[in-house]
Write a protein that binds this ligand. Structure first.
Ligand code: SF4
Length: 445
């Protein structure tokens, strides 16, 4: 209707100006009067039409303004998408939450912001805004969320059709989160030089780093160099290594690699992967531990924890260590590889356990597609924490200063049952006895 008004007015004016003028003056005057009133009516119609058009444009503009909310949600990463549907519907509820949002609450927190700042709905759900929220929530001090906080964790859903770019972003966000939770992450084998590290790593197969750390002081005190160990009496070495299990096979390996170091490498541990993997008992995992921690050369350590966690996080579906190493390596710059390995292994040992992951106490829960695989009740989950997160001693008898500064407790030496008992109970009681099965001191590493 709005478009017809102006056209109709023009037509009416033209008709008034042609027919009546040829008839008579009165008729013409009458005709002019009629034409004038028609013109006035047409002008009125045009004005109304103009107003209607303006009103329509305004309505359209209003409609356009409401679109960005949907568009912004579309931009969110798959993990962030996990809860938004619920979160958007519950923005009002989130905004009225009394307790501050933590990692577990990342999704509701993101939704709570737009409720307070309705004009910036787009910002509230953008990826950039999500990062600081996650970062804040995973600080070391907040590693164990409060009950209310953990109870609000939105179960993350497995990312579907996640692009490589989105996967890289999510993987790096998890690593940054872990770096804040474990700023003191380090190799958990005690060593003073590359020779001690390669021997300790070989001995760590099928046992805990703690047990190795409790055993190697006697070994290195008696055989401090590759030449000494290569020339040792095997039975004496076996006796020292007995606590680590598989001690005969391990004796063969460490004496064999000592002979190879003595005969082929001048008594020095080589700093190249291709040389290290030629040593008896040394595979890629051991080689990367040595390269990364004794030579400062980037390496990814794919141990049992690493394999389990990267699969839970959907970083890769590969099952073979070498393929996992390649797949995960492609998500991070080389310079991150060594510390990434420590972060993941620390998390696997302390919170994301094989059988009972402590999801309710996990600071990276909002980024984890496997949230809910373990205990989600915050109080029960907190009881599952191991090592320093659970208030227990670590695995190293001589941990780095950063670990001690963060409240970490050194592991007790072999045979210190009182101290080991404290490790098991966390009570610090010297008369507590040997560690209970499944306790941190007896864990799977
Ligand atoms: S503890 Fe649970 S939420 Fe945390 S990384 Fe492991 S599976 Fe995911």
């Amino acid at each position: 209707m709005g478009e017809q008004g102006p056209g109709g007015a023009k037509k009416t004016t033209k008709a008034a100006g042609s027919g009546p003028v040829r008839s008579s003056a009165g008729a013409a005057g009458k005709a002019v009067g009629v034409a004038a009133s028609e013109m006035a009516a047409a002008a009125k119609k045009a004005a109304v039409a103009k107003k209607a058009a303006a009103a329509k444009r305004t309505a359209k503009a209003g409609a356009r303004k409401s679109v960005p909310v949907k568009a912004a949600v579309k931009k969110a990463s798959p993990v962030e998408k996990a809860a938004p549907a619920k979160g958007a519907a519950s923005a009002k509820r989130s905004a009225s939450a009394v307790k501050p949002a933590s990692a577990g609450r990342a999704v509701p927190a993101e939704k709570a912001v737009p409720a307070k700042k309705s004009a910036s709905a787009k910002q509230a759900v953008s990826t950039k805004k999500a990062v600081p929220a996650a970062k804040k929530s995973v600080s070391a001090q907040q590693a164990v969320p409060s009950e209310a906080t953990a109870a609000r964790v939105a179960p993350a859903q497995p990312p579907r059709n996640e692009s490589h770019t989105a996967l890289v972003r999510r993987a790096r966000r998890i690593n940054r989160g872990l770096a804040e939770v474990y700023p003191y992450a380090h190799p958990e084998l005690d060593f003073e030089n590359p020779f001690q590290l390669v021997v300790a790593t070989v001995l760590s197969a099928q046992t805990t780093d703690l047990r190795v750390n409790q055993t190697t002081p006697a070994l290195f005190a008696k055989y401090p160099t590759p030449e000494d160990l290569a020339a040792a009496n095997p039975e004496e070495v076996e006796e020292i290594l007995r606590p680590t299990g598989f001690f005969r096979a391990k004796t063969k390996s460490v004496m064999g690699l000592s002979k190879a170091l003595r005969d082929d490498f001048g008594g020095e541990v080589p700093g190249r992967l291709e040389d290290l993997v030629k040593l008896p008992g040394v595979g890629r995992k051991t080689a990367f531990v040595v390269l990364g921690n004794a030579f400062g050369r980037p390496g990814i350590t794919v141990d049992t924890h690493f394999q389990r966690l990267v699969r839970r996080w959907k970083w890769t579906d590969e099952k073979e260590p070498e393929k996992i190493e390649a797949a995960v390596g492609a998500l991070f710059p080389k310079s991150d590889w060594t510390m990434l390995s420590h972060h993941v292994i620390f998390h696997g040992r302390r919170i994301c356990h094989a059988r009972k992951p402590a999801c309710g106490a996990c600071p990276i829960a909002p980024l984890c597609p496997a949230y809910g695989e373990g205990e989600t009740d915050p109080e029960k989950a907190t009881k599952l924490l191991k090592y320093e997160k659970g208030g227990f001693p670590g695995q190293r008898l001589n941990p780095p200063q950063a670990y001690l500064d963060a409240g970490g407790i050194p592991a007790p030496p072999l045979g210190a049952t009182g101290a080991t008992g404290a490790a098991a109970t966390g009570a610090g009681s010297p008369a507590a006895g040997p560690p209970a099965p499944g306790s941190p001191a007896q864990g799977t590493g």
